[in-house]
Design a protein around this ligand. Structure first.
Ligand code: XMP
Length: 570
């Protein structure tokens, strides 16, 4: 479900006066304005409870693959929430100021020696608690119930039957047979409810599929309402967040825009801010937001590193021109030669990445230093980046990528850091971008890696390879658009291979490099499979590339899945 529509559809947007009051009490933001270089917030540190973030839920992460999904579902019903690790200390927990807490699922068994426990001080908060899967089992164990291994792991669809009355599940529309379709994914199950708890739903294989306390606002579900296969899962989260916890549903796309603008205005005051604009969604939305918030105080720097897609700069400019003439004060730096010179002779992918990151920092720093009176550096960090950094700091994340080219820049340049999207998921960033008037074509653009075409030119990067690849890539994307396939794949691009092959064009022999086409279907980019594009579409792209680009001899299509392959070739 798209956040944009969901966020707008709660019907619970506050009156403007309520919002204004909420913004006015945003003391944490006001207090940072005009201060000396702001410390970069600790990754994963909870944000301050203020404004439309004041009525907030906390999600305690026990390591479930669905934890982020829980957070997105809660936000989709109009309630701000954050995720903290299950080892959060009691002080941080209390300081967060949650109006309710959700305990995620997790891969462990509560019987395991090192099983994560409920955070200390959780029930002393005196707010409603909802345990999901492992969260339910941890609650059951905590209060003296019994948790036992299931005879077999239950994974997939199931149907629950309601039992007795339930605060949480009342009001759901049951199917004709009196059941509700849900999604299960568990090995253990609650075998006996703790004292004071009553069973509110059951399935054949999990007799205690839901339970809640007779007198306290403590609820638990064995199934996963955050997964779309659970019927009316959004209603369960809505019931918990709005009715049981009493949150007001202020977290809507329109309010987020208004709130973010007001917050950034107060943070930056009348000082100047510089942003590295790449043409990607995140930096474009930051640009639009800052332009709306502080107008002429924003300066955008666009570095042409010679590794961009065809017409990249023109596309960015026309996107902004189309969006109500937002003023970007765009400074373009032509640094192609510098990048090519530094990349010469390098063919190892990580070495290429390092050189590009460092060169970008050099160019950006040089450019920004020549700008008069800049005090702030804006960055397009989004909430999943924050979660990933926190997970890596806790040593819990296995796959981490540092995608930000400007790491270390704020300290080096003694600039204060402003990250207006730091609290937002990607779908919220997109919704905000659309509300700010950015065109859908920009908002729905495929991701493009920071090192650009350098990781798609295998081996040494040479200007002539970049030129050929830019053309091949443009032909591929043009044909995908024309056939209506661009929006049906998650990412598509061409790759320049360091392999020459023989061809014959007219009467002449051609001995030139090979180009590969890559198109993938994925939701999270962690796993992906090759897109099953129509064969005649691929064939048409191949014919055009070979006919229109003399320095390409042959075109192949990449069938690999991720894993074991990755999406990019380097
Ligand atoms: P892989 O190749 O790891 O890519 O399957 C997953 C997603 O991440 C993008 N990607 C990058 N993005 N800097 C970036 O900003 C990088 O170094 C980088 N490497 C991969 C890739 O395009 C895909 O969307």
């Amino acid at each position: 479900m798209a956040a944009g529509s969901a966020m707008g559809s709660s019907g619970l947007a506050p009156e403007p006066a309520v919002l204004a009051a909420a913004l006015a009490m945003d003391a944490s933001v006001a207090s940072t304005a005009g201060k000396a270089p702001a410390a970069v917030a600790t990754p994963g540190a909870p944000g301050a409870a203020s404004g439309i973030q004041a009525q907030r839920l906390l999600i305690i992460d026990f390591g479930s693959q669905y934890t982020q999904l829980i957070a997105r579902r809660v936000r989709e019903v109009g309630v701000y929430c954050e995720i903290l690790s299950c080892d959060v200390d009691a002080q941080t927990l209390a300081a967060f100021g949650a109006k309710g807490v959700i305990l995620s699922g997790g891969p462990q068994s509560v019987a395991a020696l090192a099983a994560p426990e409920l955070p200390e001080g959780l029930f002393a908060l005196g707010v409603p608690v909802l345990g999901i899967c492992y969260g339910m089992q941890a609650m059951a164990a905590h209060f003296g119930g019994a948790v036992a291994p299931s005879s077999k792991r239950e994974f997939g669809p199931a149907e629950i039957r309601m039992r007795g009355s339930s605060q949480l599940l009342s009001g759901l529309a049951l199917n004709a047979g009196g059941g509700l379709a849900v999604w299960m994914s568990h090995g253990d199950k609650v075998a006996a409810a703790p004292p004071g708890f009553k069973v509110t739903a059951t399935t054949d294989s999990a007799p205690i599929a839901a339970m809640e306390h007779e007198a306290q606002p403590w609820y638990a579900l064995q199934f996963h309402p955050e997964v779309t296969h659970t019927d009316q899962g959004a209603d369960i989260y809505r019931r918990f967040a709005l009715d049981i916890c009493g949150c007001g549903g202020h977290w809507t796309a329109d309010n987020i825009v208004e709130y973010a603008i007001a917050r950034v205005r107060r943070q930056i005051g009348d000082e100047k801010v510089v942003l590295g604009l790449s043409g990607g969604v995140d930096s474009s939305v930051v640009a639009a937001l800052l332009s709306r918030a502080v107008g002429e105080q924003l300066i955008c720097v666009f570095v042409d590193n010679g590794l961009l897609r065809k017409d990249e700069r023109a596309e960015v400019e026309s996107s902004f021109a189309a969006s109500n003439a937002l003023n970007l004060n765009l400074v373009t730096v032509d640094a192609k030669e510098e990048f090519y010179a530094k990349l010469a002779g390098l063919s190892e992918p990580e070495a290429k990445r390092r050189v590009i990151g460092n060169t970008f920092i050099d160019v950006f720093e040089r450019t920004a230093k020549n700008l008069d009176g800049v005090a702030w550096l804006a960055q397009g960090t989004i909430y999943p980046d924050v979660i990933e950094s926190a997970a890596s700091a806790h040593g819990k994340a296995h796959v981490i990528k540092s995608h930000h080219n400007v790491g270390g820049l704020p300290e080096r340049m003694a600039l204060k850091l402003v990250e207006p999207l730091r609290d937002l998921f990607k779908d919220e960033v997109r919704a905000v971008g659309l509300r700010l008037g950015l065109p859908e074509a920009l908002i729905n653009r495929h991701p493009f890696p920071g090192p650009g075409l350098a990781v798609r030119i295998l081996g040494e990067v040479k200007p002539q390879y970049a030129d050929a690849l830019r053309e091949a890539d443009a032909i591929f994307l043009e044909e995908l658009h024309a056939a209506g396939y661009y929006d049906r794949v998650a990412q598509a691009f061409a790759v320049h291979l360091p392999v020459k092959s023989v061809g014959v064009v007219g009467d002449a022999r051609r001995y030139e490099p090979v180009v590969a086409l890559r198109a993938v279907e994925t939701v999270d980019f962690m796993t992906a499979r090759c897109a099953r594009l129509p064969f005649d579409l691929i064939e048409r792209v191949s014919a055009r590339i070979i006919n229109e680009i003399p320095s390409v001899s042959r075109v192949v299509y990449d069938l690999s899945s991720k894993p074991p392959a990755t999406i990019e070739w380097e």
